[in-house]
Design a protein around this ligand. Sequence first.
Ligand code: MIC
Ligand code: SF4
Length: 645
Amino acid sequence: MAQNVVEKILSTHLLKSVNSNDVEVPLKIDYTLTQDSTGTLAYLQWEALGVPRVKTKLSVSFIDHNTLQTGFENADDHRYLQTVAQKYGIYFSKAGNGICHQVFLERFAVPGGTLLGSDSHTPTAGALCMLAIGAGGLNVAVSMAGEPYYLKKPRICNIKLTGSLTPGVSAKDIILEILRRLTVKGGVGKIFEYSGDGILGLSVPQRATITNMGAELGATTSIFPSDREAKRFLRAQGRENVWQEIIADEGARYDEEIVIELDKLEPLVAKPHSPDNVVAVKELEGMPINQVIIGSCTNSSYQDLMQVANILRGKAGHPDVSLAVAPGSKQVLSMLAKNGSLFDLVNAGARILESTCGPCIGMGQAPQTGGISLRTNNRNFYGRSGTLDSKVYLVSPETAAVSAIKGVLTDPRKLGEIIKVELPEKFIVNDSLLVLPEKTPEGEVVRGPNIVPISLPEKMEEEIWADVVLKVADNITTDDIMPSTAKLLPYRSNIPYLAKYCFSSLDQDFYNRITNVENGIIVAGENYGQGSSREHAALVPRFLGVRMVIAKSFARIHFDNLINMGIIPLVFEDNQDYEKLRQGDKIKISGIRENLTNQVKQWSIDINSKDTIRVRADFTCRQSMILLAGGLLNYTKKVQEEKNA
Ligand code: MIC
Ligand code: SF4
């Protein structure tokens, strides 16, 4: 039977044949990646699993998020991660080597492979035809232990790109257009497979901008075929040997199809505070700006920054604008340095930042009070820049560069001809910041005082009484739940410290309130937990006593993280019942173990001993067992013990 690209990869990686009743399918994971801000917790949990060596084809631990080193904490984390990598056979990418997704694409991605990463933008590697999925750190640790990743059976949606982009319109505008059409929940439960004659004109780094920001659609992942463009990129990286052709068969079928005519696209901008709040640049043209940041895993490739350098060459940034550029990797930075484009950037007044996530995750460059910041990032969530009342607009590198010169939001086509930058014949390859694992892993793991050990979760009770400690609206992000600015990111392996800041940008009183009750429940609207893969957004609430979240719907990774951490995610049977629940209500749920054991899907919840509502418990048998065990760590330990018995 004719297969699409996703089906081809699934057919070589599914560990059981799938029948139509299956809700989730076990997937063999070839590669994993972690980054430092999710990595410390991921590896603490990995250590708790007690497995002597990683069982994947290759696992990489990156340092890219948290490199400010304003105290000992970051450096402690880096040391811990390096020594864990050494001991367990993991590649280690040192600070300065680049952003995990950019470096993985350059140096590790292999068409046809599966990748699980503890970062929501892991799907970036879909640009090189990997089935690349973002997940919580514990899921990644479990995959490193050789256990499958359970993938919710996705709908496969074909996005057909036709024609070609006109000058000044870029790959970023393609994904912004898709976000405009589908919204931040439009991709939940879906994999987007790209096809059509329009993809032929897109290089791998351009494709990576699109697969990267598929995360903002809530998608499981996004993928391009492995065609001659993939081969060209791999050849330029000196890795042509890993290329194989993987393209959809003639007549391959999809669950849905969307067509985007590239010639008709124009420069777009996502307004605060959501990546789907998209309008044409021309609608806001002339808006004064205070800051322009070019970088992040979405738009920091060599081609992106060459485009920016071409625009800035011989010009100066506007006096009222602070312009910063963060190249995505050491490779990108060294190529810009070698060909003189770094001079063009510096000469135009750009502040050159480290090859890390930097301002994208609020690590420096917080805008001024009420500041308007134009960024090439993928997320403009409330509070994420580090300045609560700032406004972040997401644009392409071309729009960012032209606007930096003008001092106001400007359609890049206004600046005259924009010459297309081609993929280089050869990238500079120098892996000196990659530390390879020893053949026989050994050595001691070094734990500074910032590495606080984790405690194993308790088993689930039969009955829980809890207070509604917070009621929130739709599209709450993990940045809302567990903010991550320069002040907090150093404490990712110190849960008691982080706990004080849980929900702090939405509700200053949350910590006091929750610490005064025994158990808490959160009530939420649609798409609860969108955004980052950080399992801290589940572990910290669990640490504080949150036992359940009742929502209209959940984002994929966060739903799994809640289960992994032993918090029960329940969905309203009737969304009107959202109105019935108020902060301070006393909730009783009985028969929890019995319901989970018997796979009861409809639960009843008692409110203030006066009213009841019905909620859906949409768990697979495996998820029910994880909840019964108190979380994925306990459950996996049990599975491993049974295997070894
Ligand atoms: C993000 O872009 O939000 C992050 C920071 O990369 C997160 C990971 C984290 O919170 O550490 C993500 O995307 O998963
Ligand atoms: Fe880093 Fe930003 Fe990409 Fe997250 S989205 S991995 S913080 S660059």
